[in-house]
Design a protein. Structure first.
Length: 116
């Protein structure tokens, strides 16, 4: 477990409850932000068609996640940056996160964030 995962796990129950409506729980929040960081990185590297538009959307979603978490009384930008750092640490060490989330769950969460 990484430092930010431990921090999220140790949040008081009333703070954890704030993640439930959008993310389901803090573990799914972590996975969502991790996948956002991965998608941004892969898009920057592979430069698919209209990649700049894709990056803009990914960064808007990341910003909305930061604001949402900040509205919970937490350091949204720091938490998101710490999770992104976990992704990059895994990337440089050729580690693959065991992701327990379907694509549909991820898309549903991103839609909720976009509407927040």
């Amino acid at each position: 477990m990484t430092k930010i995962q431990e921090t999220l796990a140790m949040l008081p129950e009333e703070k954890k409850a704030l993640f439930v409506p959008t993310f389901g729980d803090v573990d799914k929040f972590y996975i969502t932000v991790y996948l956002i960081a991965r998608n941004e990185h892969v898009t920057e590297q592979e430069k698919p068609d209209r990649y700049q538009d894709r990056l803009q959307v990914i960064r808007q979603i990341r910003g909305k996640v930061e604001k949402l978490v900040s509205s919970f009384g937490l350091e949204g930008s720091e938490i998101v940056a710490d999770i992104a750092s976990d992704y990059f640490e895994d990337y440089v060490n050729y580690k693959e996160l065991n992701i327990r989330m379907t694509n549909e769950e991820f898309v549903d969460i991103v839609k909720k964030v976009a509407q927040a």
